[in-house]
Design a protein around this ligand. Structure first.
Ligand SMILES: [Fe+2]
Length: 206
């Protein structure tokens, strides 16, 4: 009789961890569970979860754009931008979790992995290398614009379909935070003198 081992599926020791397990998916992506308690029809929840996954992918992309900016910033405004970028990164982390959990509670599945995010996001990819501050801020503003546009579309649609919870989350948590963040960074692109004020030209003597 073959000797039994203490590893793999032949283990006779019930305390042995069953590692390297695989199995079938128990819910396919782009499907929703019944969630009858929400009193929202399945087609509504399907449409909302699909749109929210788009918003999620772009929010994850913006979150990571902020970390790239936080790490790669340089120059005389290094310190303030380094801190501001990381503050916005942290707020986007919270937004990402809020959107993902909304998708799950609607019975759907939130995308999570970087390769799925990269395939889904509408925000343009930045280069791996370092760029000048005005370019970095312009990219961040473009990314906010993509998200703000999606927020308004989803909020409108959610309102029409009676999904007031999604409407409220998208407006209160995602839209308002993105509007505020884009204001904070856009002000850095205004050309203002730091030492010498712009003096108007003197009027010619009469
Ligand atoms: Fe840091």
């Amino acid at each position: 009789m073959a000797k039994r081992t203490h590893s793999g599926n032949n283990s006779s020791n019930s305390a042995e961890p069953r590692v390297h397990q695989r199995g079938r998916e128990i819910q396919a992506f782009n499907t929703v569970t019944h969630a009858f308690h929400l009193e929202l029809e399945e087609p509504v929840r399907l449409e909302m979860t699909e749109k929210l996954n788009q918003l999620l992918a772009d929010s994850m992309t913006l979150r990571d754009l902020y970390k790239k900016a936080h790490w790669q910033v340089m120059g005389p405004t290094f310190y303030q931008l380094h801190l501001l970028y990381d503050k916005h990164f942290g707020e986007q982390v919270e937004i990402v979790d809020t959107i993902a959990e909304r998708i799950q509670l609607l019975g759907g599945l939130a995308i999570a992995m970087a390769h799925d995010v990269a395939e889904t996001a509408q925000i343009k990819r930045p280069p791996r290398g370092r760029e000048e501050i005005p370019v970095v801020i312009s990219r961040l503003l473009d990314a906010h614009q993509v998200i703000i546009r999606q927020c308004r579309e989803i909020a409108d649609r959610a309102d029409k379909l009676g999904d007031h919870g999604t409407n409220d989350m998208v407006v209160s948590d995602v839209l308002r935070t993105n509007e505020l963040q884009s204001w904070f960074i856009s002000e850095h692109l205004v050309e203002t003198p730091l030492v010498h004020a712009n003096v108007p030209a003197m009027k010619a003597a009469d």
